[in-house]
Design a protein around this ligand. Structure first.
Ligand code: AMP
Ligand code: GLY
Length: 430
């Protein structure tokens, strides 16, 4: 079977690495891919993954490639093409594709849509209101004594969320959205939510339109600096499982979140086939939904897939065909930690093209994997090409060991301006 994977970040490298381990896959393209992905070899025939220079947002270009090369399945990594309706476009042309269609992807592509769905179906969530008028948003935030979270409606690479606790922070957020227009049309509407306190967990559930199978828990580290300081990023590191949720907590999430969500989708005619990734705060009132994503998390995928025992292709096909009742997800025991190495300046502006040294030393280190995120190959050298550059991942029997192993690996990689958080998984270990 031949597969086309769309995307070119750390998440897609993890997907390509795992899919390459499927005996059933005999050919793989990745658009646009990255040097880490093109270094993967298929277990079935030792062929490499072919990266093709088509951007993940170039829907017409991708459809044209699929019409010519006829992959048996296209797998979509990032949120943007899903929000733009790539699934609908491929399906119209009878090109097999996996991921939520445009209507279902609105859980991520519109915070206003999500907030309204949560309210309508009575799921536990951060309460809030949507606004198009900055003055009204300010007045609402003032009622909450400026303790609130401001979110732009549309997709913003994880940067469109402002956690505020002062008048000044609220004003700055509103100014950058409505006056500086930093988010373009994604910021035409905003949601202002109550600020929830508690422990945050990431959940992933694979869905087939009827059912949802939960992955183990994980935790991301959104803020750029140690101690959860600084602005939010796409994610600076993750670990799995998160010990904050016991079996009872997981059952509460099933009955209070996943089941009512499925019921709400059914009653609203939403056929969700793909990954639902809710961000959840465990509060004194129980689990509360902060937001939904409609795809694999990045870097969560890097900590999940090394532990998945199933053939990922089987699981994805079952999700696409409405057959998840025939699948049981199985996971290796132990823990995984991923530390993201980023370029100085991220999540603001940063420079590119810095040579990365030390990668080859790690190729033979057991239970360690360096997933490429923002990299490029120039004249045989791997150089930086993005804000998040590498996802250095390690797995072990305990979280402690996995963290130490990931830290050792990070220390052997060097590039100008490299930085990373040194406290990934610390909260769980302490
Ligand atoms: P989102 O993109 O909506 O996941 O928001 C990014 C991050 O902002 C989340 O991972 C949380 O850490 C934080 N956040 C979002 N909404 C809230 C909320 N209502 N209360 C507290 N923190 C939040
Ligand atoms: N880890 C955050 C995200 O994938 O949105």
């Amino acid at each position: 079977m031949k597969v086309l994977l769309i995307g070119g970040g750390g998440r897609e490298h993890a997907l390509a690495w795992k899919l390459a381990r499927s005996e059933r896959i005999t050919g793989m393209w990745c658009a646009p891919g990255n040097p880490g992905i093109s270094g993967e070899r298929l277990i079935s025939n030792r062929n490499t993954v072919e990266c093709v220079a088509i951007g993940a947002d170039d829907l017409e270009g991708l459809a044209e490639f699929a019409r010519k090369n006829l992959p048996d399945l296209t797998i979509v990594g990032p949120d943007n093409p899903l929000g733009m309706g790539i699934v609908d476009l491929f399906q119209k042309q009878n090109l097999p594709i996996w991921g939520p269609n445009r209507k279902a992807a609105q859980f991520e592509s519109s915070k206003v849509f999500s907030q309204e769905f949560l309210e309508k179906h009575g799921l536990p969530h951060a309460e809030g209101c949507s606004f198009t008028d900055p003055e009204q948003a300010l007045a609402f935030a003032e009622q909450r004594r400026w303790k609130c979270v401001i979110k732009v409606d549309g997709l913003a690479l994880g940067k469109g969320v402002f956690v505020c606790s002062s008048h000044e922070q609220v004003q700055n957020a509103i100014h950058s959205i409505f006056v500086e227009n930093k988010f373009g049309t994604a910021g035409n509407q905003i949601v202002v939510q109550e600020l929830l306190e508690g422990l945050e967990v990431s959940l992933h559930a694979i869905c087939d339109g009827e059912r949802a199978l939960l992955f183990p828990t994980s935790q991301d580290h959104k803020q750029v600096f140690d101690g959860d300081r600084g602005p939010n990023t796409g994610g600076m590191g993750a670990f799995s499982p998160a010990p904050f949720l016991d079996q009872e907590g997981i059952e509460a999430i099933h009955s209070q979140i996943i089941d009512p969500w499925l019921k709400g989708c059914r009653s609203d005619g939403i056929d969700f086939r793909g990954i639902l990734y809710p961000g959840i705060m465990i509060t004194s009132k129980g689990p509360q939904i902060l937001e939904f994503n409609a795809r694999f998390g990045d870097p969560e995928t890097q900590v999940y897939l090394p532990k998945m025992k199933n053939d990922l292709l089987d699981v994805i096909e079952a999700s696409m065909l409405g057959k998840l009742d025939q699948v049981e997800l199985n996971w290796e025991k132990g823990s995984t930690v991923c530390v993201v190495m980023a370029s100085e300046g991220y999540p603001g502006s940063y420079s590119k093209g810095k040579v990365i040294n030390g990668l080859t030393n790690l190729e033979t280190v057991p239970n360690t994997m360096v997933f490429h995120a923002g990299t490029k190959e120039i004249e045989g050298k791997i150089v930086t090409n993005g804000g998040r550059v590498l996802g250095v991942t390690a797995w072990a029997d305990s979280l402690n060991e996995a963290r130490d192993r990931a830290s050792d690996a990070v220390e052997s990689i060097h590039f100008d301006g490299a930085f990373y958080r040194r406290d990934i998984a610390s909260k769980a270990i302490e």
